[in-house]
Design a binder for this molecule. Sequence first.
Ligand code: KIV
Length: 271
Amino acid sequence: MSVHSEIKKITTETLRKMKFDKEKITMLTAYDFTTAKMVDAGGVDSILIGDSAANVMAGHETTLPITLNQMIYHTQCVVRGVERALVVADLPFGTYQSNPEKALDSAVRMMKEGGAHAIKIEGGKEIEESIRKIVNAGIPVCGHLGLTPQSIYQFGTYKVRAKEDAEAEKLISDAKLLEELGCFALVLEKIPADLAKKVTESISIPTIGIGAGQNCDGQVLVYHDMVGMNQGFSPKFLRRYLDLYTEITGAVSQYVKDVKSSDFPNEKESY
Ligand code: KIV
């Protein structure tokens, strides 16, 4: 009996080929086993264990508080639910910025303990040496430019980035640097669509956009946002495919009614 599964797994090489073939790449976040199983079964190419887990799972205002141990735990849960998609995990704030050795240690832990297939980190030139070190260790790195939420206190706002020429030029030069350093893909968050198009056309690695228009090589959304679990978050770029907040609260209140009225459990639901 073969130990190899029949399912063709998505790799970083698959994503590179998809860009070449002009086939759009799909990515969604997941932070737990059950969600990862559904997202994978739905056919997404890549699953991101985003540090947005700090917001969505833990209720923090920013992504800054989540720890490497917590991200590793989320990654372990996701990996167990995935058969096909490429699993990319965020390195959280403070685990790669200070020096390249620390960055490599964090990336190694994420791969070894978390079981991720690749890591994602935010920034360009400032973290050049960290990226070089991680890539040289054989770990696939996805870059992240534009609105990088780990820098929110420096930005002071979640508004669109790189509208001004100077920031746009830096972003283009950072994108080229990330390609040169060997990153396999690049997330572009909340930047003008024209700029995302320009970046996408000027590098050979795939760009995956969120709030960056339709000319990126792929798109990523936070799962909880796209299935409508977060009622209070409605940026322009978000398309909601379900209204799960209403569905779930409706189901819960029906359950409450059924128990209170002794309708549940009925005879068929009893031993
Ligand atoms: O943390 C996250 O979910 C992300 C995506 C928004 C790209 O970085």
